[in-house]
Structures are given as structure tokens and as C-alpha cells.
Design a protein around this ligand. Structure first.
Ligand code: B12
Ligand code: SF4
Length: 470
């Protein structure tokens, strides 16, 4: 069958004008690879706020890969303004679908959705493209008149090594091989995903407490060899959650890739590093560790349920630096409870550990759908979620770049928070200057255009639906 998989292209918001690429859409590429392995003819189609009209005639099936809630309105608009054959099978999957299955069915009107891992499900869905009876496919959901039908019973795959490598060849090479991305070097690099899931409970993160699936060192090596042979990569960056969840897995991967002589970067929590793991990573070519530090205030770290301490931040940065690895630090400012005092604590900590930091990335807190904060919006005083009577249908506001939204607290608290953010921003900019000036950014174009697709006055409409599990 001819299948189109549609994904939302989000250019780096910090370099929107340069159309600088982010990393590739792994969800779309993994299901595309599975489809190809099953003998289907697959095309990957990008959408963005300025390119939404597509002609899908000639495709037997179209799959929407809704990788983040912030992009849901793009799909709604694309569905409305694009052309489909009357009998084209419409499917949807991805993070937003996993969080809001019924609403996706009601709003986007696909024939069927996949809730969870998609590699096997999408192939089984296509086996039923003719009869349109999906009731025997575990992991899907669909509408049957006024009934929301969920077919449970699909377990997460234990051995994800068996999934084919992401179908990168369906993208242009410059969509996934880059030379300006590896920690201020010109190393020809790409991104890989050595595992999925995270057991930690951070309250601002939509990946919290998801089952972890590891790939073996052999499988990661196999992917890297392919990337070296076919695309000439000299390095890679790890995408996903924290790399160092199982030290056994990290040693396995490091041992298997060390002789490839690649330079690489990865994410880590501050509490996961020790001298042995750092030495093994450095020997295997690790060039930069990107630590989720988030805050220098223990009160805020505890409120986030980060399960990490300020002392662990100090230790991790120093130990990594001493192991010969460069450090990048991610910061989130504005979690509920943040104020000028906690911001000052962050500034003091950064000042203290600055000798060990090469780069920083500062974000403002956004209550992402699927997070603990979002699901407990009332107790956090978070406004404007989809469960709120004032919900405006604007999913684009859950974009984490340049988001200066007033999410929680009184006007006075927000004014203090805003002052505190700019104080932290000025400190970070002075110490680790970015090449662009925040006030010059045109990212608003993306946001404004996306927000214009919000269906104002939209309300949850699924109250009348009967839910059936079969
Ligand atoms: C890589 C990544 C990115 C990359 C690439 C995004 C992309 N298009 O794939 C970049 C850097 C561009 C990015 C940007 C953003 N991201 Co991001 N990103 C991730 C990350 C780390 C991994 C995603 C991934 O590849 N997962 C692995 C794949 C295999 O899983 P998957 O996508 O769920 O796909 C599987 C199933 O869902 C299903 N499936 C998927 N599509 C389809 C389609 C069909 C038809 C079917 C049948 C099945 C199916 O099958 C797939 C294989 O099993 C996740 C965190 C995480 N660990 O999941 C955050 C995450 C998805 N991102 C998030 C956010 C907020 C964003 C941004 C909005 C941030 C921003 N800039 O403001 C943007 C939006 C970009 C976009 N285009 O969607 C949030 C989403 C939360 C939410 N509720 O919206 C997450 C969960 C981060 C977090 N921890 O909170 N992101
Ligand atoms: S922020 Fe990192 S450690 Fe925390 S839940 Fe998300 S992926 Fe896991």
C-alpha cells in the first residue's frame, strides 16, 4: 500500500529565521521503517504553520504523527485544508494521541488511532484497511457511532532491538545530518535514540514514570556503523530521556562503540554519574554531557520532585569536567513556587560551578499536557488547560520556546517571576553568551500562525460518548 506519514516540522525556535533544523521525527521514522519492512511504499510529509495544504490523493493510507500537543492544531488545519481520496484510511498516533485519545478521534476524525508504541500496531491496522474492522488489533481505538472503542492488550515490546532502524532515508540528508550542532563544533553529526522511557517522577515532564526500554550495545553499534558508512557521520547526539538509567546498559553501549572513534553528546540527570561511568563514557568518545540541573534552589528541586540535590549538581559538574567531558546545563525557570529568592539561589549556584560549565540552555516553565502539574492544574492554580471551562482550544501555547505566558499565581507573583526570569537570563547571557539576541527573535511568527488555528470556543465534547473496551 502507499502510505504517507505526516509529521510536524519545528525549526529551532532560537534560529527560526535561519530555518535551522531540530532533530528528526523519530516516532514517524520508526513506524515508517516498520511499514517498509512489511512491504509498504512510504512517504514522509512535513507540515508546519506555513505549509499545511497537501494533496494526499494516490495514498491508500495517511498517518498523522502528533509528536507534541503544541502541534495538534496544525494537524486539525491540515486535515481540513488538504485533499484526500474518499476511501483513504486515516490513522493517528504519537504523544498527543496517547494523552488525548478520545479528543483526537472527535476533533481530527481519523478512522483509527494507535495508543502507545506503534511499530507493530500500524502494520496490523493496514491489514484491516480493506474491511475497516480494527476490533482485533490490540493498542488501537476508534469511534463506533457514539461509542469510543478501545482495544487493550498490547504490551510494550521487551526487545526493541528487533525494530528496524528509523527510516532516515525517507528524509533529505540535511534534515538529519548536521554540522553545526555538536557543542559548538563542526563535527558532522546526527541524532540517535538508544532507549525509551524514564522511571523518574519530575512533575514538569511528560515522559515521567514511563517504562524504560533499552537497546543493546550491539544494536546501537549496528546503527552507528550504518550512519558512518552511509552518511559519513563523525559524531552523534543522544535524543530522548536520561542516558544513564542503567549503568550496565551504558557500559554495554560504551564498550561496543568505543573503537568507532565518534564524538558524542548525551543527556543525564546529575545523580547518575560516578567516576567509573564517566571514564567509560569518555573512553567511548563522549564529548559533552547535558545535565538537567533545572534550578539551584533545593526548595524548587523538591517541588519539582526532581529527586536530586544541589550538592549532586556540584558533584556531577565537577566530576564530569575532571573526566575530560564538557558540560551543558539545562535550566527551567518558573515552576510553581519560584520567586526572586529561589532565582537568586540558582544564580549563586551557577556562579559557583561556572568553571565547569561550557554551555547553558534556559527555558521558562510551561505546564505541558501529560505532566503531573497539568494533571493537577487546580491544585497548582494553573490556568487555561483543556479541562478548564475557559479552555480556548489553543494547543500552541504549550510550546516551550519564548513562552512568556502567565500560568500561575497572582499578578504580583507573575511580575516578580518575570523580573526574576530576566535577571537570571541576563546572568546566563553574560556568562555564556548565545550567538543570538532574544529580543530579535522571530519565533513569534510560528506561534502566532499556529495559534490562529485554535478553534475558539471549543469545548470538550466527549461527555456523551460511551466508552467500551473490547
Ligand atoms: C525527540 C523529541 C523532540 C524532537 C523531535 C520531535 C519529533 N517530531 O519527533 C524535537 C527537538 C524537534 C522536539 C520538539 C518538540 N518537543 Co519534543 N520530544 C522529543 C522526545 C525527547 C523524544 C520523542 C521521540 O522520538 N520518541 C520516540 C518515539 C519512537 O516515540 P513516539 O514519538 O511516541 O512514537 C511512537 C508512538 O507514539 C507511535 N506513533 C507515533 N506517531 C504515530 C503515527 C501513527 C499513524 C501511528 C499508528 C503510531 C504512531 O509509534 C511510535 C513508535 O513506537 C520526547 C520525550 C520522550 N522521551 O518521548 C519529547 C516530547 C515529545 N517533546 C515535547 C515537546 C513539548 C516538544 C515541543 C513542543 C517543544 C517546543 N519546541 O516547544 C516541540 C514540538 C515538536 C514537534 N514537531 O512535535 C514533549 C511533549 C509533551 C506534550 N504533551 O506535548 C515531550 C514528551 C518532552 C517531555 N518530556 O515533556 N522534540
Ligand atoms: S526530566 Fe528527565 S529525569 Fe525527569 S522524568 Fe523527564 S526524562 Fe525523566
Amino acid at each position: 500500500m502507499r502510505v504517507a506519514i505526516v509529521f510536524p516540522e519545528v525549526l529551532d525556535m532560537a534560529r527560526y529565521r535561519e530555518r535551522r533544523k531540530e532533530f528528526p521525527p523519530f516516532g514517524a521514522l520508526y513506524i515508517a521503517a516498520s511499514l517498509e519492512q512489511a512491504g509498504h511504499d512510504v512517504k514522509i510529509v512535513k507540515i508546519n504553520p506555513f505549509e499545511l495544504v497537501h494533496d494526499f490523493r494516490g495514498f491508500d493510507a495517511v498517518g498523522f504523527s502528533i509528536s507534541a500537543s503544541a502541534t495538534f492544531n496544525l494537524f486539525l488545519e491540515c486535515r481540513k485544508v488538504s485533499t484526500f481520496e474518499p476511501d483513504t484510511l486515516l490513522m493517528a498516533g504519537g504523544v498527543h494521541v496517547n494523552l488525548f485519545p478520545e479528543q483526537t478521534l472527535i476533533d481530527l476524525r481519523p478512522d483509527v488511532i494507535c495508543v502507545g508504541e506503534g511499530e507493530d500496531v500500524i502494520c496490523e491496522i493496514l491489514e484491516h484497511a480493506g474491511d475497516r474492522d480494527f476490533s482485533s488489533v490490540p493498542g488501537v481505538a476508534f469511534l463506533d457511532g457514539e461509542r469510543y472503542v478501545r482495544v487493550p492488550g498490547r504490551r510494550l515490546e521487551k526487545n526493541i532491538d528487533r525494530f528496524p532502524l528509523p527510516a532516515r532515508h525517507l528524509l533529505n540528508v540535511d534534515d538529519f545530518v548536521m554540522s553545526n550542532r555538536m557543542s559548538n563544533t563542526d563535527v558532522r553529526m546526527t541524532h540517535i535514540m538508544p532507549g525509551r522511557g524514564c522511571p523518574f517522577p519530575c512533575r514538569y515532564c511528560a515522559s515521567a514514570q514511563t517504562r524504560v526500554q533499552y537497546r543493546s550495545g550491539d544494536d546501537v553499534r549496528h546503527e552507528l556503523e550504518h550512519l558512518v558508512d552511509r552518511y559519513g557521520i563523525e559524531g552523534f547526539a543522544v535524543v530522548g530521556n536520561d542516558f544513564i538509567l542503567s549503568k550496565t546498559n551504558v557500559f554495554d553501549i560504551c564498550n561496543r562503540i568505543a573503537d568507532l572513534d565518534l564524538s558524542w553528546a548525551t543527556l543525564s540527570r546529575v545523580d547518575r554519574v560516578d567516576p567509573d561511568v564517566l571514564a567509560a563514557m569518555r573512553r567511548a568518545g563522549c564529548h559533552e554531557l547535558e545535565f538537567g540541573v533545572e534550578s539551584g534552589s533545593q526548595r524548587i528541586l523538591d517541588a519539582m520532585d526532581k529527586r536530586a540535590t544541589v550538592d549532586q549538581v556540584r558533584y556531577a559538574l565537577r566530576a564530569s569536567h575532571e573526566a575530560g567531558i564538557k558540560n551543558k546545563v539545562f535550566l527551567v525557570h518558573g515552576f510553581p513556587g519560584e520567586d526572586m529568592a529561589s532565582t537568586e539561589e540558582t544564580i549563586r549556584l551557577l556562579d559557583e560551578v561556572a568553571p565547569y560549565i561550557e554551555r547553558t540552555s534556559l527555558f521558562r516553565f510551561v505546564p505541558l499536557p501529560g505532566t503531573y502539574v497539568y494533571n493537577n492544574a487546580v491544585s497548582y492554580g494553573i490556568r487555561g488547560t483543556d479541562a478548564d471551562p475557559s479552555w480556548d482550544g489553543d494547543w500552541a501555547k504549550y510550546h516551550i520556546h519564548h513562552n512568556h505566558h502567565h500560568w500561575w499565581g497572582t499578578d504580583r507573583q507573575f511580575a516578580e517571576l518575570t523580573d526574576a526570569f530576566w535577571r537570571l537570563w541576563a546572568f546566563v547571557e553574560e556568562r555564556w553568551p548565545s550567538k543570538i539576541r532574544l529580543e530579535d527573535l522571530p519565533a513569534d511568527q510560528w506561534l502566532q500562525q499556529s495559534r490562529s488555528f485554535a478553534k475558539s470556543g471549543w469545548r470538550r465534547q466527549n461527555a456523551a460518548l460511551e466508552t467500551v473496551s473490547i
